[in-house]
Ligand binder design. Sequence first.
Ligand code: NA7
Length: 543
Amino acid sequence: AADPTAQHFDVVVIGAGFSGMYALHRLRQQGRRVVCLEAGDGVGGTWFWNRYPGARVDIESMQYSYSFDNDLQQEWSWSEHFSPQPDLETYANHVADRFELREDIRFETRVNELTFDEAADEWRVGTAQGERFVAKYVIAATGSLDVSNVPEWPGLDSFHGEAYHTSRWPKGGVELAGKRVGLIGTGSTGIQLIPEVAAVADHLTVFQRTPNFSLPSFNRELDPEYEREWKADYSLRRQEVLNTHGAVLMSNVAEQRSIFDYTDDEREEVMERAWNARNGLEFIRTFTDTSTDPEANEILAEFVRNKIRAVVDDPETAELLCPKTYPIGGKRICVDSGYYQTFNRDNVKLVDVRAHPIEEVTESGIRTDDADYELDVIIFATGFDAMTGSMLKLNATGLDGVRLADRWADGPKTVFGLMTADLPNLFMVHGPGSPSVLAQMITTGEWQVDWILRTIDYLEDHQISRFGATSAQEDEWATELDTVASRTMHSKTDSWYTGANIPGKPRVLLMYVGGFERYSNWCTRATEQEYAEFEKKQRVPLA
Ligand code: NA7
């Protein structure tokens, strides 16, 4: 039945992160009635929530930014080569103000119910605050890393000190001076935060289960000459970006050759040069075969381990910090500023919770199976229910009352990570099955939003009231996902890429690893074929 209190729109956008803001902006330009619902009280999404000290993007600032408005990209100036969280949040706020987005964003509004009304071909959207919205289309720009993971250790609530997950870091910061701090997790987040905590806390205990490969970021002030170069050529470079694997332009670290084309000495020299090229993540792409051939991979991995051993004074700690159980690049490579050096400080201790698991949180700290650690503050850098978590939290119900949670019980099924069967007229940005975090997310987010908006234009032009993906398409996309995954090491390594970090989560590689260029070709082909394989229902003309 019609809900008289519901507010009606053409499109509801969920999330005011970078993709959601862009979708809102474009839809308004097109004259569509649109509202953006955002759980937080500010814009920026990932860069709004992850405000822990040391949070920083590992794609260079000149690339990790919006491309849609030339005045914006020419006038904006970044201060650092790799932007820290405060700069990215400031930028998000600037964009919101500049394009007057705030008037159509409802803050502190968390969507907790999405139901497709088959009679009207519309979505009914409910929020935790009790508001109701109705719209023909929903764009879920809900983020790939939004739902925090805090393992369910016994005694969690009994701890008398302060406890924080890194993605819900308080706005005013946390006073760590003079405190005994325990930090669990050594992924990208932990690796960024650990040096910052060690510098102020009285004592820091790092609880590590699996070490990660981390490369030095060589972060620096943005070189004005480099900025000028980029700005002189911005439009062209932004185009070129889309024709690359990771939607980033690389400098010239890549050798384009096999690691076995070199003698031991030569390859050591090449790796050393790549390491010092100050390009963070690019190091991993030095040779053509290290991400596919285990033997080639091991040579690169051992080079990085030797870098760790050279920095860390205590040999036992150094060995604990060396990843040995999975290939380099199988999981997300981390990028750091002084991470390994931190373990030479007197006030830092590394604890191996693989050997001695955490058993419980007590009133006064953390208990492992062999020791008690007295703590004033516990920091959970324990990651996210990635890729699917934020979609599932929407409690979506589609055709025939089918629940998304049931459809995805054995893993997400999507077409291009943009749509999922039985949930017509609902689009995802950076959804599972898209390249997501494996490509530069702002530019590829813009690209996906453009695809969605072009699709909506088509549907409106053709009087289509209901538009959806089919199971057959999902199967076809699953085959493509498998084809490209089988060539990489991601699917064979336990990480949040495969859901392995969340107990009980189905194990599937959650993102498309075939590269952005190949990905976008698939999506573009669907558009060119006028969405031939999608299900379309024509609006019934009024008599
Ligand atoms: P990650 O990369 O998922 O890292 C989480 C860390 O927390 C990782 O070291 C985990 O160890 C550790 N963890 C998780 N659960 C436990 C339990 N139960 N016991 C001990 N240790 C645990 O999340 P991040 O926030 O660092 O990074 C997420 C992404 O954000 C990153 O990849 C970038 O794309 C940006 P494990 O490895 O599972 O043994």
